[in-house]
Design a protein around this ligand. Structure first.
Ligand SMILES: *Cc1c(COP(=O)(O)O)cnc(C)c1O
Length: 375
């Protein structure tokens, strides 16, 4: 039986009746932009994440853009981010007119390498975007210390890590602002696009709210140039239903990750590097990502898993400092990311979604066990 990388229906269909009744409620309310459902969703997210302000946004990408805009970041400014991340982290910096400066990552938690980041700071550096990749927080104490020393804003990219924690504190506003995504494959997966920004700063929240709606306040008076960064009332209403289950989802993912780690490390002569959950971090396992060292070995494993009917994906095959659209950036933006290059050649993510059965997990493990050792 094939095992998909992700099965959204396994999570959504058990909630079908509830989702339909919520849809009907919004339909009959006739209120589709902002309003009660949006505010309720935001209150519930703030409570779940333990932050003062949670503001729903049209997507995770837009959450990053609006956070940068709120700090007035634009042309002439530089923003540090990891090279090994999803494109949106870097793309949103570029879209404000600022220059993304790509830093290498560490190979343990895949977080931005702080020594590399420090070396790339200039008088134009305004902010740093640490990315909590695959469901695990990066070294936020280190990020905060670096930011403080150099007067940088910290914009956390938490798109893959809703509910992750660092030293017992849920990620959301350890930095100045947290940016989340509700893309269907994320831990709180929506029914289309959606995102969230979080902060504990009242005046920043005010600015973010205003920017979300064309910088308008009061109606038809514009003190700032914002945009339409609103998330639909319908999407908020549907996600309220799933938000109530977020802890179960995280527990399911953690159970699967724990099972994989134990069973894969028992395989004799396996040649994978398992992901590591640091003891002071609450990992929410958006991805279970193996490293497969050795020339061409990762791609061989990918072909092998596909042949066995096991879904897998490469997050991500090309680091940002090698993307064509960034080829004309200053050399300082593009230099010295050897670990990012290595990871791009070695990583592979296997199914870890919470609804997987033991049989499915065993099938993935059997497929890994039958991967022929190095030629
Ligand atoms: C998914 C993702 C985003 C963008 O979120 P969208 O909702 O798809 O716009 C940003 N950063 C990272 C690391 C992501 O994984």
């Amino acid at each position: 039986m094939p095992v998909p990388l992700l099965d959204v229906n396994a999570q959504n269909l058990p909630l079908e009746d509830e989702l339909k009744s919520v849809f009907e409620k919004v339909l009959r309310s006739g209120r589709f932009i902002l309003g009660e459902e949006v505010e309720a969703f935001e209150r519930e997210c703030a409570a779940e994440l333990g932050v003062k302000h949670a503001i729903s946004i049209s997507s995770g990408t837009d959450a990053l853009i609006i956070a940068l805009m709120a700090f007035g970041i634009g042309a002439g400014d530089e923003v540090l981010c990891p090279s090994f991340t999803f494109f949106a982290t870097a793309g949103s910096i570029s879209r404000t007119g600022a220059t993304p400066v790509f830093c290498d990552v560490n190979p343990v938690d895949f977080g931005i390498d702080l020594a590399a980041a420090k070396a790339k700071i200039t008088p134009r550096t305004k902010a740093i975007i640490p990315v909590h990749l695959y469901g695990q927080a990066v070294d936020l104490d280190g990020v905060q210390a670096l930011a403080k020393e150099h007067g940088l804003k910290v914009i956390e990219d938490i798109a893959q890590s809703f509910g992750a924690s660092y030293k017992g504190v849920t990620c959301g506003a350890i930095g100045e602002v947290g940016c989340f995504s509700f893309f269907p494959s994320k831990n709180l997966g929506g029914f289309g696009d959606g995102g969230l920004v979080t902060t504990n700063d009242d005046s920043l929240a005010e600015t973010l709210l205003r920017l979300r709606n064309h910088g308008m306040h009061p109606r038809y008076y514009h003190s700032l140039v914002g945009g339409n960064f609103r998330m639909d009332a319908l999407q908020c209403a549907l996600l309220r239903v799933k938000l109530r289950h977020i802890k179960e989802y995280a527990a399911g993912r953690a159970r699967n990750a724990e099972y994989y780690s134990r069973r894969i490390s028992e395989l004799t002569g396996y040649s994978f590097i398992l992901p590591v959950a640091a003891p002071d971090r609450g990992h929410v396992w958006n991805q279970f990502t193996l490293r497969v060292p050795g020339e061409g070995r990762r791609d061989a494993l990918r072909a092998h898993l596909m042949e066995k009917g096991v879904g897998c994906e490469i997050y991500y095959p090309v680091p940002m400092h090698r993307q064509e659209c960034f080829a004309n950036l200053p050399t300082a933006s593009l230099s010295d990311c050897p670990i990012s290059d290595e990871l791009s050649a070695e990583v592979i993510s296997i199914p870890v979604y919470p609804e997987m059965s033991i049989e499915q997990l065993d099938e993935v493990i059997a497929a890994l066990a039958s991967f022929p050792p190095s030629n």
